[in-house]
Each structure stands twice: as structure tokens, then as C-alpha cells.
Design a protein. Sequence first.
Length: 543
Amino acid sequence: MQFYRSMWEKFVNHKSNTIMSAAVILVAASVISKFLGFLRNALLADKFGASRALDIYQASFKIPDLIYSILVFGALSAGFIPVFVRYFERNREDAWKLASDTLNILFVFLAALSGILFLLAPTIMRFIVPGFNAADTHTAVVLTRIMLLQPIFLGLGSILGGVLQSLGKFLIYAFCSLFYNLGIILGIIFLVPIWGIYGLGWGVVLGSVLYFILFLITTMSAQFHYSVIFSFGITGIKRIMTLMVPRTLSLIITQINTFIITILASTLQAGSIAVFNFANDLQALPVGIFAVSLATAAFPTLSLHSSTSAERFTATVHKTLRQILFLTIPLALLFFALRAQIVRITLGYGHFNWTDTLLTVNTLAAFCFGIIAEGIQQLLVRSFFAMEDSLSPFLSGLASVAVNLVLGIYFKSLFGVWGLALAFSIAVWVDVLVMFVIFYAKTKTREWQSIIKFSVVVTLIGSFAALCAHFSLYGMDMLVNTNKVLGIFVQLIVSSAIGVGIFFSLALVTHIAEAHIFLRMIKRKFFARRLQPEVDDPTSFIQ
């Protein structure tokens, strides 16, 4: 028993001392999380297909996700982590009080807000899904009311997760984050056969409860001192709320984008909402694994450097940006080239028919255009937060919503659901371009010129690699039976390996620094005979 307790304590107290080591942990966890997400979607596709039932489930997520995304994932994290980091540097007890006060205030607020939305759900859902009939709308209302428990547990868990991130405990943070998807999967397998579509809602609640409980246990193990305190008068709380206001407005605008998509998609053929969300989850793979992991790992360091060293702050931003571009550009091109195989492997089961597959393939193609922009967006938003500037992302988000609304209405009539994905991708690019202009105006650096040159080189190499991967599909088609899942899987893996191998080889030949650094990192991590301390090498992947 003592052995297992010692192992648990080492696991809980493992600390990442560099951004790169933190990012590696987050990437690994993100891969597992995405796998669980694909398993979840495969189960949903198998049981429901691209049907109205799945449209109802996806639409019912909008209100709970709105609360979580605005008040917790975005707004509170934008203010909480930078403020908590600075409190912890000065006085740990004050930092624990700040975290406790934030938890208590958030719980009361989320519970009250969820209660109000529980009563208003029928009115709100009629607005969100105007294309649904009365029976479908009623089902969506019941599901929404069940899932309104989700933001309460996710919200509290996320604040505890913010504490762990601030302390550099990314390993246990990543581990706990996996259990939300696991709960949903358990709901699909065990609760749907009992309660039908309502079992999906209870699976979401189960996942959020697991998420919260694990974060609570691990944060307490990491010496978090909870106290019963409820005060808006603490300076840190005031600062968090000050940072939250413009960020909340920015996130409301961002969420309007998803509401616009849902409203427009509900008027299209049954299954359009499900198709849009399935394709969106697929394109989120490279963004979630690499861009979010790197940006999340860099955030505490950016928060620290923003107030101590402008030079180190901008250097960190530019290093991380190059890494994100180096990873997301070729992956976006590769996803486009192999989109049909990706959709067939992840979703082509059971009730998910060939028509559903083709529609999702076309929608994923439109999303591929925005993958790079979404990756950049993850870093720029956090960079502004680190500078305690939440207004700039609000202004850029305002421009993107206007573009999404106008193009969404226009493209819907021309292209259907994949036109909505194209409008969304263009809107993300508008958001990023506006943030770029503001960021470089604030930091007064000319590094953007080298970033553009770097992006062009990576795009050219990535395009050639993606073309090679695409043409290799025809060769594989003659070697394996692509009418079977195993054949498609082999085709996808081999063609992906060809594309990645060609890209990486060309990157090494053309002396792209990130490729050489990445190769050295692999050698050090997996082939070194003895452990060596990581050093703050200015040419290395972010330290």
C-alpha cells in the first residue's frame, strides 16, 4: 500500500519545469483525448447516423456549452491563471484564498444561472432550432435541462485545473481532463440502451462529475488549502473580474458564431447539425493536439514574462508561433488530401451511410481551410490575456462574427452545410488577421516579416508532401481492399506516413530550424543513454 501511495504522490506532484516538457505531456494527453473523442463520435454515428436525433443532441449542447465556454473556459481562465500565478509568487496562502473565493463565487453563480436557464429553456430552444418541429424541440428542451448540470461541475473542475497548470503540474492536469469524454462514452454504451437519447444527456453529466471529482482529489493532494470564503472585496477577485468583462463579451461574440451555424443548419436537411459537428471535431484534431497544447503550456510563462521582460515575452510568442505553424500547416494540407479516408475510418459505421459520409467529407474540406488560423488563434488570444488585454480579442471577434453571419447566410443557399463550414473558416482567418495587426502594433516588433517567409516555405513543402500522400492512395488502392475497414485504415496510415516522411525530410534538407530541433529533441528524449537537464537554448523548441 505504501508503494502505491508513493507512486500516486509522485504522479500528482510531478512538475514540468519547461514549456516544452509541459507541451509534450499535453500533446500526449490530447492524443488520448482525441482518440476518446473519435470513439465517442464513432459510437454516436453507429447508433444514430447523421439523423435528426443526433441533431437534437448536438443542439441541446449549445446552452450548457455557452455557459462553460464564456464564464469558465475562456473568461475565468483569461483572468484567473495570470492573477493566481502572481499571487502564488508573492504569498501562497493568499493564492489559496483567491482560488477558494473564486470557486465559491463561481459555484453560486453557475447554480443560479443554470436554474434560470432551466426555466427559460423552451423559449431559448425555439430560437436556436427554428427548423425543428414541436416534438423535436421538446426533446431538445429536456436534454438541455439535464445537461445544465454540466457547466457547474466542469466550471469548478476547470478552476482547480487552472491551479494545477499554474503550479506546473501538467501531467496530473492532463490525466484528469480525459475523464469527461470517458463519461460520455460510458453514457452511450450503458445509458442510451436504457433511456434512449436522454441517456446521452446523463452521460454528459457523468463525464462532468468525474472531471470535477478527479480534479478535486488531485488538487487537494497537491497541497491546495481550501477555505470557506465568499468575498468580492479581495483585490485578486476584482482583477479577475476586470479582465473577465471584455473577454466575456469576446466569447459571447465567438459563441454567436456557433449559434448562427446551428440556427442555419436546423433549416437544412436532417442531420446537417450532426455533420457540421462531426467535421468540426475532426478538424480540431491538429489544433487540439499541437496548437492548444503549445499555447496552454506557454501561457503561464507568457503571463510571467509580460510583466517582467517584453523581449522575452515576444521571443516566446514568436518561437511558439513558428512551432504551431510548422505543425499545423502540413497537417491541414494532409487532412485535406486524406479527408475521405479520415471520415470513413472515424465515422463510417452502422447507421452512418454513404450520403452522410460524402456530406461530412465535403464539410471537412471546407474546415481544412481554417485549421491553420485556429492554431494561430489559440496562441494570440493567450498572448493578449498574458498582457491582461482582453479588449483586443473582443474587437477581432466582433469582425469575425459579422463575416460569419453574412457569408453563412449566402453560402448556405449555395452549398448547404459545407458552405457553413467555409463561412466559419473564413471568419476565423478574419479574427486572426485583426489580432495580428493589433498585436504587432502593441509590441512594435517587425518579426512578422520572418513569420510570413517561414509560413510560405512550410506551405510549399507541405503542399508537395500532401500531393504525394494523395497520389499514394491510388497505389494503396491496388494493394489493399478499401471496401473493408482494415484496408482503409492501412491505406490511411501508409499514405499519412508517406506525407509526413516527405515533409519532414524536405524540412531537414531546407534547414528549417524546427525540424532539426525536433529531431534532436526526439534523440534526447528516447535515445539518450542518460538523462540530461534541459537548458534554455534560444534555438530550441520552447523551453
